[in-house]
Design a protein around this ligand. Structure first.
Ligand SMILES: [Zn+2]
Length: 433
């Protein structure tokens, strides 16, 4: 192809009528970073924010024009700790995989309709569900899946009943609970399971790195897995250009995980001051959650053991929040709701506002969470999102009310999210032109 023809083709591509453009005019922009609102207009072309201006933006006749009527425009929200496939009621946890998938469909819908355009699945959801959403087969947010959780035998992800024998020792299928967890012991199995997840399309790897609440046989103080096993998962993830996130509560567990290459700690409720400082020095994220710990005690089917463990970790929650603030540790926004608790999703906003300003909570739920998601490096095939910036993916919300003053408006997304746009596609619009 000659150079002149190539130029003509490129010009046609950039101006052709199939270019999908939407102008959102007359809005006050929260860019995801600054605690201010800037009046202006935003042009979206082919899924990308192509122009932000305080001056009127002229568009062609084929463009859709939406009058924001002075509403607040925000980046779409991001949740860093979601389990789309863990919402079968806890007292029906052995339900067949078809039920797990059917319920996950409702969960995915709820997240996107609540303004969450991206979620990081912190384990359990097969990467095929992320692909199905991407293809439009299933309605929901963009998903960064971790695949099956890696758990050692008797670890936090080993949800077998007491009498069920270890499948690996018997040479049978090591995946349990509709493939949501995989039982792995030893370096080789950690390498194989992490690589298997990556082969399926996981964008990061999740390991159970210490005792947990919702499992019956691992005390909270238990250390999981060995340093060599952690390094194996980190090696497999690193070889694909991504990272490992790990469930952990105690200082001892967090130190072992960070010392062996884990980049993101989930929960962290029992760490001490020195460990928080160590986490910050190593530039590691602590992704923690508020609502789930406060509501879990009422979950139908929760066992006495679970309740005792819950009481232990809950005691550390406020101290952890202080440490995150003291050392300015990256935390983002995360919920970890399970067992059908997903309708509580937006309560996380108001719960956080007891400790952070509304603007700080909104930064957590947009740019800060996006920063954590980008640790997936080249496995992120979705580009940059989480901020209102030219050239970035158009994940956009129009909000009724003043969320920077009163974040509780986000508790009612049905009425207060006037528009939801994911990757340039409008999935909800209460506004007429
Ligand atoms: Zn979780």
């Amino acid at each position: 192809m000659s150079r002149s023809i190539l130029i003509i083709v490129l010009v046609c591509l950039s101006t052709s009528t199939w270019a999908d453009s939407t102008l959102i005019k007359n809005v006050r922009i929260f860019n995801g970073v600054d605690a201010t609102l800037t009046p202006g207009h935003v042009l979206v072309e082919d899924g990308i924010i192509s122009r932000i201006s305080s001056d009127t933006i002229a568009v062609g006749e084929d463009a859709d024009v939406i009058d924001g009527a002075n509403r607040v425009l925000s980046p779409g929200f991001i949740d860093l700790h979601v389990h789309l496939t863990s919402h079968v009621p806890y007292d029906q946890i052995d339900a067949h995989g078809t039920v797990v998938g059917a319920v996950a469909n409702d969960v995915a819908r709820h997240f996107l309709d609540s303004g969450f355009t991206t979620v990081r699945d912190a384990g359990g959801t097969h990467p095929d569900l992320a692909k199905a959403i991407e293809l439009g087969t299933v309605y929901g947010p963009r998903v960064f899946p971790s695949g099956a959780v890696l758990s050692q035998t008797g670890g936090h992800g080993d949800w077998r009943h007491a009498s069920v024998p270890n499948p690996t020792l018997r040479g049978t299928n090591p995946y349990i609970h509709s493939d949501q967890a995989v039982i792995v012991d030893g370096v080789d199995q950690h390498l194989a399971a992490a690589r298997e997840n990556l082969r399926f399309g996981a964008t990061q790897i999740k390991i159970m790195g210490g005792g947990g609440v919702m499992s019956d046989y691992d005390p909270i103080h238990s250390l999981q897995p060995s340093p060599e096993e952690i390094r194996a998962a980190v090696q497999a993830a690193g070889d694909f250009g991504t990272y490992v996130l790990a469930h952990a509560y105690t200082s001892e567990a967090v130190r072992r995980l960070v010392d062996n290459g884990v980049r993101c700690i989930e929960h962290g409720l029992l760490i001490d001051d020195a460990t928080a400082k160590f986490v910050k020095k190593n530039d590691v994220v602590i992704s923690t959650q508020l609502v789930v710990y406060r509501a879990l005690k009422d979950l139908p089917g929760i066992t006495e053991t679970n309740l005792q463990k819950l009481a232990v970790v809950l005691e550390g929650q406020e101290k952890l929040i202080d440490l995150i603030k003291k050392y300015d540790i990256t935390t983002g926004f995360a919920t970890d709701l399970i067992g059908g608790m997903y309708p509580m999703l937006t309560r996380e906003f108001t719960e956080r506002a007891m400790y952070w300003t509304p603007a700080e909570v909104l930064v957590q739920a947009t740019s800060e969470s996006a920063e954590v998601i980008r640790m997936a490096g080249r496995l992120n095939r979705h580009g940059n999102f989480g901020e209102i910036r030219e050239g970035w993916v158009a994940d956009i919300l129009l909000i009724n009310g003043e969320p920077l003053e009163d974040i509780s408006v986000l508790r009612d997304p049905e009425n207060n999210l006037a528009l939801i746009m994911k990757g340039g596609e409008i999935v909800k619009n209460l506004l007429s032109d």
